[in-house]
Design a protein around this ligand. Sequence first.
Ligand code: 9D3
Length: 250
Amino acid sequence: MRFDVITLFPELFKPFLESGVTRRAYASGQVEVVLWNPRDFAEGNYRRVDDRPFGGGPGMVMMAEPLAASLDAALAARGQPHGVPVVLFSPIGEALRHEGVAGWAAGEGAVLVCGRYEGIDQRFIDQRVTHQISLGDFVLSGGEIPAMALLDAVARLQPGVLGDEGSHVQDSFNPALDGLLDCPHYTRPEVWQGVSVPGALLSGHHAQIERWRRDQRLRLTAERRPDLIEAARSQGRLSRADETALSKKL
Ligand code: 9D3
């Protein structure tokens, strides 16, 4: 799949695309990422990409024309002038969740538009944007971090990216398949600053270890995300043993 990213700060993406377990997905083109800077499509000696808001008020607004020219260049380079999703990262968009990420991971890609300043000329949004996505109810300085969050989440869902245990790791983080919060993790040493690793994990009994982890996950989820317990129960994803563990802890 291919993602074209329209951003005034393409250099922010370079270290991100070259780091971590997702690097191979980008380097191999399994998740192809092409960066476009609206400044390269701006007119005049000053190559303006922003201007003052009509009606007054604080801050600057991104101009429609450099964004539209960037988008047209990206669509032409894809050889796909129609039918490509155009995503704007925006605080008024729909919050990104696993189901949304899984949808993008199964698709052909998209053009991702990163806003800066107070906002983007609404005429560009109305004419060209097909989806608006937020990272949640807090304020960032622009859409670059949300775009990287989407790319990262999509890249780690690609086959092979997480290595041998990938499918298992994916399943355990996939609310559609499991939907419980993760259990605590421990590594060496067995005792650190006087605190031991939970005995069940040292037992060597696979079934006992799995039951301990499942109980921890149920307990943590019941405490922090009772909505996820309710969803799991109503979808028949809780066993008798799960219900027993929950009834002891609630
Ligand atoms: C006073 C109005 N502000 C909205 C809260 C203006 C404004 C602030 C920051 C408009 C855009 C931005 C930049 N933010 C994003 O581009 C953004 C974002 C975010 O701030 N929070 C969560 N998700 C996202 S996705 C893009």
